[in-house]
Design a protein around this ligand. Sequence first.
Ligand SMILES: Nc1ncnc2c1ncn2[C@@H]1O[C@H](COP(=O)(O)OP(=O)(O)OP(=O)(O)O)[C@@H](O)[C@H]1O
Ligand SMILES: [Mg+2]
Length: 244
Amino acid sequence: MKYEVSSGKYIGIIEELRNYFLNATQTIYDGRNSLKMIPYEESDLIVKSFKIPHIINKIAYTFFRDSKAKKSYKHSVKIVEFTPEPIGYVEYFRFGLLSDSYYICKQYHYDFTIREPLVQQGFKNKEKIFRAFAAFTYDLHNYNIQHLDYSPGNILIKEIEDGYEFKIIDVNRMRFKRLTDTERLENFAKLWAKDEDLKLIIESYAKLIKMDKDEAISIVLNASQKHKDKKNLKKRLKGKRVVD
Ligand SMILES: Nc1ncnc2c1ncn2[C@@H]1O[C@H](COP(=O)(O)OP(=O)(O)OP(=O)(O)O)[C@@H](O)[C@H]1O
Ligand SMILES: [Mg+2]
């Protein structure tokens, strides 16, 4: 196995991670990857277990690229203010090739994700949340952070005294670069938002980057529709139902 850990405090769980994960009972998400909450010492940890890659990717991840677990950790330590506190990653190998791998961070006690105000009718303080979300994204972009999977489930929101705090997760696909205005705006394309909601968000964001709001909105609506069309085409090809 290979690992990195943020502090000696977690060596115990890191070195036995596979067993901890197998025995943990609190599954918080089960999809392509699975996530469990594991209390350890005084912390509640979230452990994300990445699906075992197929043979070609096993080779690629072993010899040519960093695994998703390692990338999640490496990216998180670069953006600590913007993501739940990173703890480490672990990679297990079988016959010399990458097998299961895990990313570990602290649990973030959020109240909702950006999905809820985007899909629930009459969500409380929706406009205020959208303005705060635009400001958060502006911050992220000014730190040269481009989240390549900026989708609703990856944006966690907590209500705090004077507004909202945001954290991003699922950070294995990111770029660190100075973003152009178009790149900044196209980053909003994966929210799967209704046009009227996107308009509210982008109006706020355009003000921050001092861009004409109609021009900004048209770039985002275009990019968002392209993303929806692409995803819907994929769904249709798989015989799945299409919603938007
Ligand atoms: N640190 C955390 N604190 C609280 N909840 C978390 C944390 N990390 C993940 N979650 C919860 O688990 C869900 C899934 O996490 P994540 O987005 O990393 O996995 P995923 O969507 O399966 O990844 P992928 O898109 O690669 O399949 C999140 O939407 C969130 O509800
Ligand atoms: Mg996700």
